[in-house]
Ligand binder design. Structure first.
Ligand SMILES: C[S@@+](CC[C@H](N)C(=O)[O-])C[C@H]1O[C@@H](n2cnc3c(N)ncnc32)[C@H](O)[C@@H]1O
Length: 293
């Protein structure tokens, strides 16, 4: 399998000060790219992911690489950090990693609804075993104002109004059941009006829907808050974000809690050009980190 390429890998291992016998929570296990390297350094890893598919992929990968002895996979949402640590009797952690967003296999999957070309689904749930609200449901049932809030607040889509009017007209003819049909409606609006764009015109709407369906901003705020209650002195938290909204949450959190934590990245760490050349998905990554005092 072509695994998701871990982003800012060396920088993350360095900032977390990974060393033998230390214990880490990888709160976004994904395909296990970061976890595997942490394990190779002799540390213990609890690997958390809310996507059961990714949990399975990473667990098998780590097993096949021969590092499963110090690895503990956990299915769950990092918004439940405190409960998860209690349930799994995790009493001490030297650090937590959040590598936010989606892994590549999730992004390109043809039955999850994240890909513009997915012609079989418009789901977008990261954990279909627990979440009930899908992007398909929102797109086909939400009123104008709700869609407007989602598209403008979560992704600043400039053409929200005409796009939503088109979505509503289209769904009256036939429910919008695939990501491809939604992407085509948006692309068609941009093309008809000759609006130039460097990225796929549906990028912002898709991002907004994904953030909304998975409550990504709320989960991040909640998890960061809980780190203050669960982590001991000197533990380090590293967050890699891919969206200005996420990065703002992390930046504000660090600023607002400064007496309790030390900002380890007064200047955010960005990928080098050499990394972006090899892995273009890393181009929007921003790494911030703090230490519990
Ligand atoms: C960018 S990927 C992580 C990639 C990983 N670092 C690697 O190298 O393979 C993000 C992962 O976090 C998971 N995720 C996103 N939000 C989550 C949450 N609130 N709780 C748990 N897992 C989450 C996603 O399902 C996805 O597998």
């Amino acid at each position: 399998m072509n695994f998701h390429q871990p982003v800012l890998l060396d920088e993350t291992l360095q900032i977390l000060k990974v060393a033998p016998n230390k214990t880490y929570l990888d709160a976004t296990l994904g395909n296990g790219g970061h976890s595997l390297e942490i394990l190779k350094k002799g540390a213990v890893v609890y690997g958390l992911d809310q996507d059961p598919g990714n949990l399975e992929i990473a667990t098998r990968r780590i097993q096949e690489a021969g590092y499963s002895k110090n690895f503990h996979p956990i299915h769950g949402n990092f918004s439940q950090l405190k409960k998860i640590l209690k349930k799994h009797k995790i009493t001490t952690l030297n650090g937590i990693l959040f590598d936010l967003g989606l892994s590549k296999n999730q992004q390109i999957s043809q039955d999850r609804g994240f890909s513009f070309n997915d012609s079989s689904s418009l789901d977008m749930r990261l954990d279909p075993t627990i979440q009930t609200e899908t992007a398909e449901n929102i797109i086909n049932t939400a009123d104008f104002d709700t869609l407007y809030q989602i598209f403008t607040k979560l992704a600043q889509e400039k053409y929200s109004k005409p796009i939503i009017l088109r979505i509503i007209r289209q769904r009256q003819q036939k429910p919008i059941q695939t990501a491809k049909r939604l992407a085509d409606i948006i692309r068609n609006y941009y093309q008809t009006n000759s609006i130039p764009t460097k990225i796929d015109p549906s990028t912002k709407v898709f991002m907004a829907l994904r953030i909304y369906i998975n409550q990504e901003f709320e989960n991040l705020r909640s998890a960061l808050k809980q780190t203050l209650e669960i982590l001991p002195s000197n533990a380090i938290v590293a967050v890699i974000s891919f969206h200005s909204g996420e990065d703002r949450i992390v930046k504000q959190f660090i600023r607002q809690n400064s007496p309790l934590i030390q900002n380890l990245t007064p200047k955010a760490i960005l990928p080098k050009q050499s990394e972006i050349n090899i892995n273009p998905l890393s181009r929007s990554a921003v790494l911030r980190s703090f230490k519990i005092i």
